[in-house]
Design a protein around this ligand. Sequence first.
Ligand code: PLP
Ligand code: COI
Length: 340
Amino acid sequence: MAKDIDWGNLPFGYMETSKSFVANWKDGAWDEGTLTSNHTITMSECACVLQYAQTCFEGLKAYTTSDGKVVTFRPDLNADRMADSCTRLEMPVFPKEKFIQAVIDVVKANLDYVPPYGSGATLYIRPFMFGSNAVIGVKPATEFQFRILVTPVGPYFKGGVKPIKVRISDRDRAAPHGTGDIKAGLNYAMSLYNIVDAHNCGYAENMYTDPATHTYIEETGGANILFVDKKGTLITPKSGSILPSITRRSLITVAKDILGMKVEERKVNKKELKKFVECGLCGTAAVISPIGQIDDHGKSIMLPSGMENIGPVMQKLRETLTGIQMGTVKGPEGWVVEIN
Ligand code: PLP
Ligand code: COI
């Protein structure tokens, strides 16, 4: 039985659900892991995560399809990316097959919280890991906890697919050869001041440029960026310091193989912005959120697609991707994983 929740008006927020998955690493090995209804964590005041931010996370979603199944989307890629994050942060990898099984198990244990087809809401799945034992010298923990929590969510940006306004940021998100390409909690901690400031100034997000030269567009605080030029080519920034978005990688395949579009993954100079006809953010949380206006230090770049509606190319991409996720469009083999 679905919970009595106003699915159509859910924010992108946290709600405690029935179960989370939890596994612990101790003495060099993971335990079996289990589902728990305890949603509180107790640990040492000197835990490595609290002192030195040794933590990383993932984000994926479960969807109800048009024929009533519950599915998730490419969890293998989240397992792979989390393995990269863990390796970079001196944390043990949670094995891929177990990761995928744990995602399935935790969604199964929370079926009441999976929003119905057509509601506009989804079940957000948040795997995360942290160093849990006490350290005081700067060194990695030796004990870790891997958890997966789930929570039903609505659109990441208020208004759903209403175009948003962003600003080119003066601050940096990730250093060259730093941690921009992994999903480390620290990347988000250092963006908090800037996102609060952006919101106070009337922007939905910060668009970051490459920290070495502030010339090339990288990504926003929580999503990769897509552009469309006059010829209808899809262009997406290439950089070693942006997160390899699973949504972006999937959209590139959708654009090329399903929609027959031309796609370029390359450096995007700030100066090119005024030539694009559409722009959007893409990510698990953002899905595709159109951008209508980009402010660059006093200059406003107004995308021809405007501030009222999503542009036609972003709309087609969004429709096709969400169609694959909700079972109305056939996607490549293996993208959709059935839960029940
Ligand atoms: N970029 C950043 C910084 C993110 O936090 C996210 C969210 O996960 C993304 C991009 C989008 O990645 P994905 O499509 O895998 O959710
Ligand atoms: C996601 O899209 O899953 C994210 O992690 C973005 C965000 C909420 C930081």
